[in-house]
Design a protein around this ligand. Sequence first.
Ligand SMILES: [Zn+2]
Length: 458
Amino acid sequence: MTDDRREAALQYARKNKEKNLSALKEILTIPSVSTEPAHAADIRHAAEWMAAQLRGLGMQKVQIFPTARHPIVYGEWRGIKNAPTVLIYGHYDVQPADPLDLWKTAPFEPTVRGDSIFARGASDMKGQSVATFKAVEALVKTGGLPVNVKWLLEGEEEVGSPNLADFIASHKDLLACDFAFNPDAGMISKDEPTITYALRGLAYFELRISGPANDLHSGVFGGVVHNPANALAELIAGMRDSKGRITLPGFYDSVRKLGREEREELARIPSDEKYYLEKTGVPALLTEQGYTPNECSGARPTLDVNGMISGFTGAGSKTIIPATAMAKISCRLVPDQDPLEVGRQMRRYLEENAPADIRWELVEMHGGDPSISDRDNAPVRAFSAALETVWGKRPYFKREGGSIPVVGTMQQLLSVESVIGGFGLPDDNFHAPNEKLHLPTWYRGIEALIHFFLNLEP
Ligand SMILES: [Zn+2]
């Protein structure tokens, strides 16, 4: 019985490939750039398009909720009493398209070239959302949905989701579910299905050093004062030891240890030293002693200078001792680090190490919590089996170096885990010119989602 339904839904998706692609093209023509006020009407238009899709799928309670900035689209179908409820996350906003002259075809005139469709938002993440719509449509039009679904589609992801947490906090009953599905992540390659299970968090600082009241003549005063630029460099240099470990006091105390089984699983991922050398163009890697590059980029915390400024930086030379120096410094965090705690550790490091001959000021900027989810619960197993059915191989379980803050927000506010996995590829140029979506992978993705929903049936 289930097999017939499976086959019917898959056949429906295969027969409707062209129609599905047309739907994707429709939403890709709407320039829903969330950061630019000039696109407010387009954002609205995109939200309405999303709501219309949900209505077309037979969703109930479809509603466009206004927020302080861009609206949130909601819809649900809860037709089966004893089946789990999946909350499907998506965002319908996109990054700005500039620089426009680097696009081969216009960013909001979706164009198929070769195996891919090129448009802003194709991969991040309108294509992913449309894949979820089309998988649900295939089920609805054949044997019916095997699970209950709710959709939460926001229009502010690319500007940091400023109103999402408030919305979730004030709609906990509406959004109540068994788990969330977040397709805003991708695959390692088109042949390597991937499930992301951990995301790094962030702590961001501005460190300001000051010394003399104004820039000094380095001939007259050089040798008697501590140069703020030198002092900043010394402080930063001291933040990491020769083993590549961060020296902020207590920095590793709450870092969750990697177990043997997890390390073995991570070691399957085909991104070795050579991969990182090729991707970065550096002459050699610098990693934390005792960890593979792959572990360092996903499962270990970091500290990096993101920018620094001091003194004379124009052409030619000018012999001064600068009055001030500033660095932007950020740490990527892993479970169970807390950005506020890391802020206190940074402050303690400075208290213990900053010399008395300069003044320092630490500004704590935005932070984000890291998150990690179970690799072995029923929804993850259902998704893993779905990927394996379509791709014919067991998926890779990956820890992502970046963050998807909504995953942590849902953990905290709704007490639910997210299954994270989309069908974008690393070379999709998201946030960059010529963003694309690999269509064969997208069609396979829709089939995988059909299997996923059917695998969840109790
Ligand atoms: Zn995204």
